[in-house]
Write a protein that binds this ligand. Structure first.
Ligand SMILES: [Zn+2]
Length: 193
């Protein structure tokens, strides 16, 4: 049973031993497989308020007591969903690159959306989304709000040719440089900003 109550999901999870974390990880991966379309799940989404989450984009990944220890200045906008809120699809702002430490991984884990493979962006966003869950933060708190159009000094800056943007067409989305995305706009692709 996946918890869908926002108030319940706003509780911060507590640290866990690696042994207990591994058991929770197995349950989470099982729930995630049952969900069919999910790519990540945090323990508090199944009512266990412990710091364990799983991500399954390229391969199954269990994170016990994960912490983001480095993040890039660069951020990007990405279409996001959540198993706890199946009817909501929103655009969020996420860090382009992050480095994570977790008690069940000896080395540091790096995730970057700055890649030709869209799965890298999904994985990078998913890790941030799941770690947020453990801190009682839902995707709604990361929602990208478009700035009101202001002319003059506060006018939003033009998108740079080398700036990364997210474009979407139906359920498909890609992250790529604006100069590559620009010719595709109008061909059914729209800019996600
Ligand atoms: Zn979620």
């Amino acid at each position: 049973m996946i918890i869908k109550d926002r108030k319940e999901l706003e509780v911060k999870c507590s640290p866990v031993s690696v042994k207990e974390g591994e058991e929770i990880g197995v349950r989470l991966l099982h729930e995630l497989r049952e969900s069919n379309n999910g790519i990540g799940l945090a323990a508090n989404q199944i009512g266990i308020n412990k710091r364990v989450c799983v991500i399954n984009v390229k391969e199954p990944l269990v994170l016990i007591n994960p912490k983001i220890v480095e993040k890039s200045k660069e951020q990007f906008i990405f279409p996001e969903g959540c198993l706890s809120f199946p009817d909501s699809k929103i655009k969020t702002t996420r860090y382009q690159d992050i480095v994570v430490e977790a008690d069940n991984h000896s080395g540091r884990l790096s995730f970057s959306a700055n890649s030709k493979d869209i799965n890298d962006a999904f994985e990078c966003v998913c890790v941030q989304h799941e770690i947020d869950h453990l801190d009682g933060i839902t995707m709604f708190e990361r929602e990208f709000k478009s700035e009101p159009l202001v002319r003059g000094v506060n006018a939003p800056k033009k998108i740079g040719r080398n700036e990364k943007v997210t474009i979407t067409k139906g359920t498909e989305s890609k992250v790529l440089k604006y100069k590559k995305a620009e010719p595709m706009l109008g061909d059914g692709w729209t800019l996600s900003i």
